[in-house]
Design a protein around this ligand. Structure first.
Ligand code: AKB
Length: 316
């Protein structure tokens, strides 16, 4: 990975991935693409960036050639809840741009990271310790794009030898950039609302358990899998990846330890149905065995870190 392009660099994961990659590989070697949403001045000054619509193959080719890119982290994507409101847009953004990136990877011999999700599973997938190879029947447009994307990545590897690597991310919890339009967003929103207003209404039931991960672990997973020697990457659909699983109520109780007068309740909305179709916990033993994946943050460590960072941020 000498010259890296990150698409979706204003999104939840992209905005934190770019600084870590710049620190590790040198600022000038990591090109961020922006599209409709402009990032902060601080972000723009931290290294090269280009305005690119990833659905436009021409624009992608130009930027890949201009910087002599050899690796793409293709992070562009529309998440589950927005995807249910705008299914056509979710298909277009999530699938067409991936196809462009894979076609260009084939032509230009690029290495690619692409995030899949627990949304690739569905209501008939075993809920507990979901195995790597199992029933995949996603019933959201987002999940359908994730599973289709996995199949496409596997196809490009098998047929054309494209070195594309992927993980199935659980819900990601972070304090720098809030998520937008996901089902697992409550696990981030509770921190903001607890610190700002001391109250939060979860949009899922209290016993809803979903797999989650703290952002530093999510970034580490992307870099670890991309840095692994090629012979260690045995799965070309997408690796199951796990860190923590907890119920909405367990999270509320953990946050309350820091904000004792926090009031919370649970009023499920249409996102409950999506949450109910996803696993509660994931068996990620293949990732642990093949490329030595290890997470660092449990529920307690993550909560402590989130509270102290967000407290500081909200004071600014
Ligand atoms: C979402 O909730 O849509 C995402 C995901 C689990 O992929 N956070």
């Amino acid at each position: 990975m000498k010259k890296i392009l990150v698409t979706g660099s204003v999104g939840q994961i992209g905005s934190e991935l770019v600084p870590v990659l710049r620190e590790k590989y040198g600022s000038k070697n990591v090109v961020a693409t922006v599209h409709k949403t402009m990032p902060s001045q601080e972000f723009l000054k931290s290294g090269p960036y280009e305005k690119v619509d990833t659905n436009n193959k021409e624009e992608l080719v130009n930027v890949l050639k201009k910087y002599n890119i050899d690796t793409v982290f293709h992070m562009v994507g529309i998440l589950s809840a927005v995807g249910e409101k705008k299914p056509d847009l979710a298909w277009k953004v999530n699938m067409e741009s991936l196809k462009h990136v894979l076609d260009l990877a084939k032509e230009m011999k690029l290495k690619v990271f692409w995030p899949s999700s627990i949304a690739a599973f569905g209501p008939n997938t075993p809920k507990k310790e979901t195995p790597q190879l199992t029933i995949m029947d996603p019933n959201t447009m987002y999940g359908i794009t994730k599973y289709s994307g996995e199949l496409l990545c596997n196809y490009y590897f098998q047929k054309y030898g494209v070195d594309v690597r992927s993980v199935r991310y659980p819900g990601i919890i972070s304090w720098k950039t809030p998520p937008g339009g996901g089902t697992t967003d409550y696990a981030v929103a509770v921190f903001y609302e607890a610190l700002k207003n001391k109250k939060y209404t979860f949009f899922v039931k209290k016993d809803t358990i979903l797999p989650m991960m703290y952002m530093p672990d999510a970034i580490k997973a992307a870099i670890d899998i991309m840095e692994s020697p090629i012979e260690k990457i045995k799965i070309r659909l997408s690796y199951n990846l796990a860190a923590i699983s907890f119920s909405a109520e367990e999270l509320a109780k953990e946050v309350k330890k820091y904000i004792p007068d926090l009031k919370y309740d649970f009023i499920p909305d249409e996102r409950q149905k999506i949450a109910d179709s996803w696993p509660a916990s994931i068996d990620d033993s293949n990732a642990r065995k093949d490329w030595n994946w290890k997470h660092k943050y449990g529920l307690a460590e993550m909560t402590k870190d989130m509270i102290s960072n967000l407290k500081r941020e909200l004071r600014k």
